[in-house]
Design a protein. Structure first.
Length: 351
């Protein structure tokens, strides 16, 4: 049976009476996340998997180039058995991520061990080669996801498809599920570190240590702009864009005009998944951490604003796509992959 919970606050090490009342069909004790005692800090949780985790060997993906309706392309990286009727887990990476991101590699490797196929959808320009149009991807771009889902369905018409999204990809997945409503052809979904409110998350990135992540990501985004300057120079002031120091400024000068929004505020209001949650009927697990240094903690907690398919697990610790457990650094346990697998497997469609 799929979980039917609306919202769960899963604190650590104890819950207040208020938080206890928010529980709905709590996950089993052995499924809850308890942070490693040596890695409770949100930045440690976020950075440890990036710099300390060893994922060898590198997955041997099979790359497929998919042509989009507007003539541009995205790349899909496949892993696992090629048997036509096996279920497929579609994976959406985060901002400036790829199939090589630590969290993607961790999940695809785990799925392969369970004899399950995975397909990593790269957003435009994220597969190592710039895309061919001025437009790129953004936090509310669901058209490319829809094209990908339809492509997989036409290629494997009788196959069960589920999806897992991380960070920006989680927001895109939730928005798409809300747009589709009861017409969604996905059997289930998982959204990790979902930015419910893009504007609030952009503002959070301007404060404290979060500015370091903002600098890191903006540097990558600006490098993409430089590689595509010949396509963008007629649409935006590239020199001004490259001088921006915040996401809001970058989105105001770059993302918004290139993708048809009036400004950053218009983009955030239109693209955020928050207003689409009520329409989600597909069984969907959302996993967020309160201490996430990249994502705003302004998370929808009112069950009246959540669709019938949504289960939210909100943890006190975990950082940004971290969720590192384990007694010692040398025996780290990356809980997130186990939780995702257990949820996917609970649908009883992978047997």
């Amino acid at each position: 049976m799929w979980p039917t919970a609306k919202f769960s606050w899963i604190g650590y090490p104890r819950l207040t009476p208020l938080h206890t009342r928010l529980f709905r069909n709590k996950p089993n004790l052995d499924e809850r996340f308890y942070p490693a005692w040596w890695c409770r800090n949100p930045h440690a949780q976020t950075l440890w998997p990036i710099f300390a985790r060893k994922l060898h060997p590198k997955p041997k993906y099979r790359r497929e180039r998919m042509i989009l309706p507007d003539g541009d392309f995205i790349d899909l990286d496949w892993l696992g058995p090629e048997t036509a009727d096996l279920p497929i887990i579609l994976i959406l990476h985060g901002l400036e991520g790829s199939s090589d991101s630590h969290y993607v590699r961790g999940l695809t490797t785990k799925l392969e061990k369970h004899n399950v196929r995975s397909c990593v959808m790269h957003f435009r320009g994220c597969s190592g080669e710039p895309n061919q149009l001025a437009r790129s991807y953004h936090g509310g771009e669901t058209g490319d996801l829809n094209s990908t889902v339809q492509h997989i369905r036409s290629k494997f018409p009788g196959t069960t498809i589920m999806a897992v999204g991380y960070s920006l990809g989680a927001g895109i997945l939730l928005k798409w599920l809300g747009e589709q409503g009861s017409n969604s052809i996905l059997a289930g979904g998982v959204a990790v570190a979902a930015p419910f409110d893009l504007g609030a998350s952009a503002k959070k990135m301007e404060r404290g240590a979060s500015r370091l992540y903002q600098f890191w990501l903006l540097r990558s985004m600006k490098n993409t702009i430089r590689r595509k300057s010949h396509l963008l120079q007629e649409h935006i002031d590239i020199a001004k864009l490259l001088r921006t120091k915040t996401f809001q400024a970058f989105d105001n000068i770059g993302t918004a005009p290139v993708h048809g929004f009036n400004n950053a505020t218009d983009y955030y209001l239109s693209a955020s998944c928050e207003s689409y949650l009520l329409n989600i009927t597909t069984p969907t697990l959302v996993i967020n951490a309160i201490d996430d240094p990249l994502i705003s903690s302004n998370i929808v907690r009112d069950k009246e604003r959540l669709g019938s398919g949504i289960t939210i697990e909100l943890y006190q610790f975990g950082g940004h796509i971290g969720f590192v457990a384990g007694n010692l650094p040398g025996s780290s346990n990356y809980w997130l992959e186990d939780r995702i697998w257990n949820y996917i497997n609970s649908a009883d469609v992978l047997s």
